[in-house]
Design a protein around this ligand. Structure first.
Ligand code: UDP
Ligand code: MG
Length: 335
């Protein structure tokens, strides 16, 4: 046996070319999935990768499922995981992750807003040692000013509220090493917000800058109300800060009320300031109510977790993808 002496200056060996899984959550994407598959396959074949594409149909009400069935019938590398109803994008992505077997997994939206052409760059970063290669948006086409502003504010608020570093201007488009995927799949929580969960796992994260495009076809699944709900969910699921803010809220209102009361009591002669007193009473009444409502957001989520219901239900699986090679040469021999 020969022992190679340790050389601190030599770079670690590159990881081998991965068997890649791509996970695509789909809700009402009939207008675009065929185009998406074609473009994705061209990129991945061009990069010389062995791959599977795991489409998760998240309770679509249009012809998405039929389109996906046609794709899987024509291409054995495509798999379809049909959920029993609409569980939401976070659950759909988690369902897809749980089905993958690749050495690395890419999460990407169905609508080609995230260009598949960036994936080879992510793979190269992974081969050079990154465990998470996340897409960071240099620009965003086809979004309203309102969405751009609220998204930028939200990303910055979230990165301050969460105790571990969260990259800003980043969505779900990223490549994850198998170890990160296994860690996330094994986490027992039901309500999931993957961006903060991935950050929480630690490991080595590297950014790949890219330009985000407008949707290739179809319409967004997120109304401003749904987006606001998702933002609230992300904050409450990932951070204790909102609950801790109740102290600031109660303290602030009580201070304002006290100052107002003292001012009213020491006011120059005349009838006592009824309006001022009413404002004080309203403030004092509102503070605990707001605090209880805020704590309630956490209680509701705790209750839901305690119910132990699954976060998604699979109705049907189509295709084998990378699993088709099972029974053939073992993975280590193929690598
Ligand atoms: N999506 C999903 N389930 C949902 C909503 C969305 O699987 O309940 C998918 C959708 O098909 C797309 C991705 O999540 O692949 C992002 O959704 P969308 O493009 O509508 O959001 P936007 O990019 O406008 O924020
Ligand atoms: Mg989109």
């Amino acid at each position: 046996m020969t022992i190679t002496p340790f050389r601190g200056d030599s770079p670690p060996p590159r990881r081998p070319v991965p068997r890649l899984s791509v996970v695509i959550p789909c809700h009402n994407e009939a207008a675009v999935v065929a185009t998406t598959h074609r473009r994705l396959v061209a990129v991945l074949e061009g990069a010389g990768l062995e791959f599977e594409v795991v489409y998760v149909d998240d309770g679509s009400r249009d012809e998405t499922l039929e389109c996906l069935e046609r794709i899987a019938a024509a291409d054995p590398r495509a798999r379809v995981i049909e959920l029993s109803r609409n569980f939401g994008q976070q659950a759909a992505m988690s369902a897809g992750l749980a089905e993958t077997t690749g050495d690395a997994v890419v999460l990407i939206d169905a609508d080609l807003q995230d260009p598949p052409e960036v994936i080879p760059e992510m793979v190269a970063m992974w081969r050079d040692g990154a465990d998470v290669a996340y897409g960071r948006r240099r620009s965003r086409d086809g979004e309203t000013r309102f969405k751009l502003l609220t998204a930028a504010l939200f990303h910055r608020l979230l990165s301050r509220a969460v105790p571990h570093p969260i990259p800003v201007d980043t969505g779900d488009f990223k490549l994850l090493d198998r170890a990160v995927v296994d860690t996330i799949v094994a986490l027992p929580e039901r309500r999931r917000y993957l961006r903060t969960m991935v950050a929480w796992t630690g490991f080595r994260h590297e950014a790949v800058w890219y330009d985000r495009h407008a949707r290739a076809a179809g319409t967004t699944n997120y109304s401003p109300l749904k987006l606001a709900r998702l933002a609230g969910d992300a904050l409450v699921l990932s951070s204790d800060l909102p609950m801790r803010m109740t102290w600031v809220l109660v303290g602030g209102l009580v201070t304002v009320a006290t100052v107002a009361a003292v001012t009213a009591a020491t006011a120059p002669p005349g009838p006592p300031g009824v309006a001022a007193l009413l404002a004080v009473a309203a403030g004092v009444a509102a503070a605990p109510t707001a605090a209880v409502a805020l704590v309630g957001e956490y209680v509701v989520r705790t209750y839901r977790e305690a119910q132990h219901r699954p976060a998604w239900i699979v109705r049907r699986r189509i295709g084998l993808g990378l699993g088709a090679a099972r029974g053939g040469p073992p993975r280590s021999a193929a690598a």
